[in-house]
Design a protein around this ligand. Sequence first.
Ligand code: PLP
Length: 403
Amino acid sequence: MKTAPVSPASPALSDPMDVARRTDQTELKIYTRMPFVPIRGEDCYLWDARGERYLDLYGGHAVALTGHCHPDVSRAIAEQARTLLFYSSAVLSAVRVDANELLLKHAPIPGTRVYHCVSGTEANETAMKIARKTTNRRKIVSFVGSFHGRTLASLSAGGMDKYRATAGPVIVPHHVHVPFGDEKALADAVDGDTAAVMCEAIQSLAGVMVAPPEFHRAMADIAKRAGALLIYDEIQTGIGRVGSWFHADAVGVKPDLITLAKGIASGIPAAAVLVAPVVAEKIALNDQGNTFGGGPVAMAAMRATLEVIEREGLVENAARVGQALMRKLAGMKGVKAVRGAGFLVGIELEIPAAKVQAALLQRHMVTGTSSAPNVLRLLPPLTFSETHVGEFLPVLEEVLAGA
Ligand SMILES: Cc1ncc(COP(=O)(O)O)c(C=O)c1O
């Protein structure tokens, strides 16, 4: 086969204003985009076309778990792409089974099975579908403030009006929302028609809202007593971000279904539903399926991602460095509260977070906001170190002092 030379990037791509103009002419205007064109990444740093370096505390929206372009992950992807780019899960695959085994080692319940798909919202749709099908019940009880994705059932389960409104007039029926942390309201809402209680383990987009472990355990009891399944959306919290493999581990619950996505394959689109054995045995042939889930490149990336996380002790790193980071942030002038766990950190400021985010970007620090106007969010790679913390804090201090 002949190969054509790779075409050089368009020279216009170097100019952020030009990229912004051409983006507006070609894409739906669905995001307020940062005025920033990263073209290269390595570990916790990004570079723009001028060669300027940025510290990344946002990780491409919580995706760069192993840091940008970890050499082992990039090599695994390149090698797989050269050997077999794609075949669907209709065939057997050694790389897929390797990834399954590495992932399931950390599942809360032995004998758990995995279902591969491509995006977080697809994993959540699948989990709700499985819950409804296997219980033969209709209702999903979820929490005010939660975010579960942007397709119809996930939007309907989500507990923020702002996002639900984007579905227009059609919201999937049989979704009920109760306040996060309100045990009585949850107990009142869960009944004999409840297929599942669905929980975003830590409500990230809502401003990093954390419920106490006792509430999580009460939730598990309430669901169990009613014969409803427990779904944990760990799309953001899972695979070590919060300093444990799953937030469910940290709060001592064993969900029936756990949904995962984001950095599970370090940025190659991949998502998964972990299905407890009692549920898995009720799933029949053709009950679910999709084309791309479990594809070889995604599985090579997932296998390498999980290997790197284990080998480099990144879950422990997130717990240790995350705790130190939160402790230091808590004493800072201009900071009202710090919430979260590991490397999912919400900093409640005295002033709007968007202003601080913009000032930080000017100083080459990439951070995130949330739907709570004053909450700045940090979602760095799990490789983020004390050195990176030391680089970030004085800059934030300076920005807050000048605000
Ligand atoms: C907790 C949570 N659930 C679900 C989703 C949806 O995932 P995706 O954008 O891959 O569909 C997200 C994405 O931000 C999320 O943070």
